[in-house]
Design a protein around this ligand. Structure first.
Ligand SMILES: NC(=O)c1ccc[n+]([C@@H]2O[C@H](COP(=O)([O-])OP(=O)(O)OC[C@H]3O[C@@H](n4cnc5c(N)ncnc54)[C@H](OP(=O)(O)O)[C@@H]3O)[C@@H](O)[C@H]2O)c1
Length: 295
């Protein structure tokens, strides 16, 4: 549809993220209809001129493009299954966090119902939606991504990962997993500092730049991962094992938990026990990728 007549869009789900998305789409000039299971969450949006549908069916029937932003896979199934007839012939853009398998099942269900389907994953918090810093990942219908790219870019950067609907979720959860493990590491370091009664602010101010500097080595890690050739250039797993053992010992001395560090030790120890102590730290990838056979 031309910019003079932007496509009407309906948003199902008005949690913190759904509200931010509906607001950004409306600000982008699209007639926007919203629906939420529990009443009252649309008040601020209605005050801005968005239309509140009395039922999910009415919301679907108001627009050719339906953005779904619910809690999880179960809530998407609960909500969309009874709407199949109304959704047929429309485009569903589902930005609910799901596993790759769940996303593929949702796409297969949509195809059976004659619903065009684009899976989305949001690398942002609600306050970032609509800003360049927000990044959203998509996979599924190529035609939908191409046709509606201007709409998608109202939410943030839009990157397409091909026709496999599960691919956006795969990258989403891989990125989130990286982030959570990193934050857990910082929490461990903060607990060590706090064990001496020190405020953690100074430590955290050092941790950010330190981690950022170390990430310059990540492309080399990808080469190790992809090639399977882990010949160490600098530090070996034997060296890293000694470092991790010392961190764990210091943690115990300080009276803080070793859960985060122990997880890394386990990954290293499996590789060292299998005779790979001279290889690069990047080899812990093999412990994760082949949990039953980490050799
Ligand atoms: N918030 C973030 O920072 C963030 C970042 C990236 C991705 N996401 C993803 O975005 C999605 C929405 O997140 P959010 O922050 O908006 O979550 P939220 O504030 O907890 O909102 C959850 C939404 O799902 C609805 N819902 C839950 N179960 C339902 C069911 N069985 N049937 C119908 N509706 C149901 C809730 O409706 P009620 O109001 O009726 O409970 C509400 O609209 C999630 O998949 C989340 O992982 C969020």
């Amino acid at each position: 549809m031309s910019e003079q007549h932007p496509t009407p869009v309906s948003v199902l789900g008005l949690g913190a993220m759904g509200r931010a998305i509906a607001d950004a789409i409306h600000r982008g000039g699209h007639p926007t209809t919203v629906w939420n299971r529990t009443a009252g969450r649309a008040d601020s949006l209605v005050a801005k001129g968005l239309a509140l549908a009395p039922t999910a069916t009415a919301a679907v029937e108001a627009s050719p493009v339906i953005v779904v932003c619910l809690l999880d896979d179960a809530s998407v199934r609960d909500t969309l299954t009874p709407l199949a007839d109304s959704l047929a012939g429309r485009l569903v853009i589902n930005v609910t966090t799901m596993t790759p398998q769940q996303a593929r099942e949702a796409a297969a269900w949509a195809a059976e119902q004659g619903i065009e389907y684009l899976a989305g994953a949001i690398m942002a918090i609600p306050q970032m939606i609509g800003l360049p810093v927000a990044s959203l990942l998509y996979s599924g219908s190529t035609a939908a991504f191409d046709t509606h790219r201007p709409l998608l870019e109202l939410l943030g950067g839009a990157r397409f990962f091909g026709s496999d609907a599960g691919r956006a979720a795969l990258y989403d959860l891989a990125l989130l997993g990286s982030m959570y493990a990193m934050f857990a590491g910082v929490a461990h370091g903060a607990a060590m500092v706090a064990s001496e009664g020190l405020p953690t602010a100074e430590f955290v101010a050092m941790a950010g730049p330190w981690i950022s500097a170390m990430t310059t080595g990540l492309p080399r890690h990808a080469e190790y991962f992809d090639s399977g050739d882990y010949a160490a250039e600098v530090q070996s797993l034997d060296f890293n094992k000694a470092a991790l053992d010392t961190i764990a010992e210091a943690s115990r001395e300080q009276g803080v938990g070793t859960d985060v560090i122990a997880a890394v030790q386990t990954l290293i120890d499996r590789q060292v026990a299998a005779g790979h102590g001279k290889d690069s730290f990047a080899r812990i990838f093999e412990s994760i990728r082949h949990p039953a056979d980490a050799s």
